[in-house]
Design a protein around this ligand. Structure first.
Ligand code: ADP
Ligand code: NI
Length: 228
């Protein structure tokens, strides 16, 4: 199977899998991340084929699909790639990206001694950097704001509640189960992303999207207080 065919088949597989999901993961997020990741990959001299495949598959193995089971997600990506008869070295590289990309993995564990998987620092390839930056950029700016309220709305969360303060040092466990208002998510994740970018282009774009997040919050609180 040639590379073009592998990409096309994977695209159809991802579209089909995400259409059966209702947790708010959608194809257009994948579409944007794929394009942005390829752009960053070109700037960084990363392997475009690996980046494109990893970007397409990055949410297929999301723990939310498997009731919190992160290993099951990894297995799903692996199974798909094996069915395409891709060399196992490539499969390992792609799974390496899709299993490390999540923001949640960067958070501290409640009981870090229990977590064997995160105890050593894995190598960060150019390909992982491109896909991770692209995924994080899509959680920022105008699109990121729309996604945060879509997510919150789906889970019946209020947009804001002055009585529920954002958590200053949210742990992985808390992040998974939080029922906080959507505005809290800006402080618990979105505003942190600017300083987590790996690439030059990622940093440049994140700076602008970050500025927009702050502008939005400023306006939001002015309106909340009836000042504007
Ligand atoms: P990650 O895989 O990095 O944990 P998710 O898949 O959880 O990210 O996020 C999907 C989208 O929903 C992102 O735009 C994210 O910022 C948003 N989101 C995730 N959790 C929340 C939340 N508790 N409140 C509002 N938006 C959220
Ligand atoms: Ni994503």
């Amino acid at each position: 199977m040639d590379r073009q065919e592998i990409i096309k088949k994977t695209e159809l597989f991802v579209k089909k899998t995400l259409s059966e999901d209702s947790t708010g993961h959608d194809w257009w997020h994948i579409h944007r991340v794929r394009n942005l990741a390829k752009r960053i990959a070109r700037e960084e001299g990363a392997d475009i084929f690996l980046v494109e495949l990893a970007a397409l598959l990055h949410d297929i193995g999301d723990y939310k699909f498997f009731k919190g089971d992160e290993e099951a997600g990894e297995e799903k990506v692996r199974q798909w790639l094996s069915s395409l008869e891709i060399p196992s070295l490539f499969i390992d590289k792609i799974v390496g990206i899709t299993s490390q990309i999540s923001f949640m993995h960067t958070l501290p564990d409640k009981d870090k001694w229990k977590n064997k998987k995160n105890s050593s620092t894995p190598t960060i390839s150019k390909e992982l950097m491109a896909v991770t930056d692209a995924d994080r950029l899509d959680a920022m700016g105008a699109i990121g704001i729309a996604r945060a309220f879509t997510y919150g709305g789906f889970f019946n969360r209020p947009i804001y509640d002055p009585a529920t303060k954002p958590s200053k040092s949210i742990t992985k466990e808390e992040y998974k189960i939080t029922e906080a208002p959507s505005i809290n998510h800006f402080y618990e994740k979105l505003l942190k992303l600017k300083d987590m970018m790996y690439t030059k282009l990622g940093r440049k774009m994140a700076k602008r999207r970050h500025r927009f997040l702050n502008l939005y919050l400023k306006q939001f609180f002015k309106e909340w207080k009836g000042k504007m």
